[in-house]
Design a protein around this ligand. Structure first.
Ligand SMILES: [Zn+2]
Length: 282
């Protein structure tokens, strides 16, 4: 656990990304996080597992510690809190115990907005994380649940980050954030997860020989590889778009979000407060 931030004033938002693994937030939300930080809001990342399965030749406590250190480096670089829970990677379960941890952290950071995975996703840990957040949603306001951590008086809004899964229905980009200007810094942050972006993911996806050895070449390579997943044209082509293409012109890279039905409601009344920079597409 890191230091719990205090909100300086009522206008400051507390934004919490809850992912399964220590690099999920950086991949899916890194650009939007930078936008919140530039506006003076508080950003927290929570990883539900310690990532101790994510390597071809390392594992156990040593890998968990390495990944926590990588997350801490991101936290220092961006000026955020990065919480990493001590659950095994690949074995996350939506237990009551884990639900209690989610409720506790959402309350402690006084989250206004929670971002997580959609419930349909290739990775079992992502699905369980999504379920945990959904299961926590209503209980955040119930005082007799996790009674030693004061309840929140209003539920945070919950949204899902973008993905490309099609069943039972494709991701709907209801809020679209232009992260073109934030992309370089996002990639720098992602680069701190060395065990993943330069070792494990290239190994499991079969491109390990492509990884450059020099540090400056590595970051350039990383950026070219990962930025492409967030190309506006490619992401929006796969999703049903309501917004006119003109309103998105000039957006090279985007991150997009879809509303969860549980928790607080994201409406036309509060969306501009919670997403001061997004294109609204609902
Ligand atoms: Zn993950």
């Amino acid at each position: 656990m890191g230091v719990i931030p205090n909100k300086d004033n009522a206008d400051q938002l507390s934004v919490l990304f809850i992912g399964a693994h220590p690099d999920d937030a950086d991949i899916q939300f890194g650009g939007t996080a930078i936008k919140y930080l530039e506006l003076g809001h508080t950003v927290n990342y929570l990883s539900m597992t310690n990532g101790d399965a994510g390597h071809q030749s390392q594992g156990g406590g040593a890998l968990a510690q390495r990944r926590r250190n990588e997350s801490q480096a991101v936290a220092e670089f961006l000026g955020i809190n990065y919480f990493v829970l001590d659950n095994h990677d690949g074995e996350l379960q939506a237990t009551v115990e884990n639900r209690r941890k989610v409720i506790q952290i959402i309350r402690e950071v006084k989250a206004d907005l929670v971002i997580t995975h959609r419930p349909n996703d290739y990775h079992a840990d992502h699905r369980q994380t999504s379920l945990l957040v959904q299961d926590a949603a209503y209980l955040i306001c119930v005082p007799n649940v996790v009674p030693f951590t004061p309840r929140l008086e209003s539920n945070p809004v919950i949204v899902y980050h973008q993905d490309r899964f099609k069943k039972p229905y494709p991701f709907v980009p209801e809020i679209i954030v232009d992260v073109t200007n934030e992309n370089d810094k996002k990639m720098q942050a992602l680069g701190f997860h060395e065990s993943q972006v330069y070792e494990w993911l290239p190994f499991i996806e079969g491109y390990l020989p492509d990884v450059p050895e020099q540090a400056d070449e590595r970051l350039k390579w990383l950026s070219a590889k990962w930025s492409s997943f967030f190309e506006a044209n490619a992401l929006l082509k796969e999703a049903k778009m309501i917004a006119t293409p003109e309103s998105l012109s000039g957006f090279q890279y985007i991150e997009a979000f879809e509303r969860c039905e549980y928790g607080g409601k994201l409406t036309h009344d509060n969306v501009k407060t919670l997403f001061p920079f997004g294109i609204i597409n609902f």
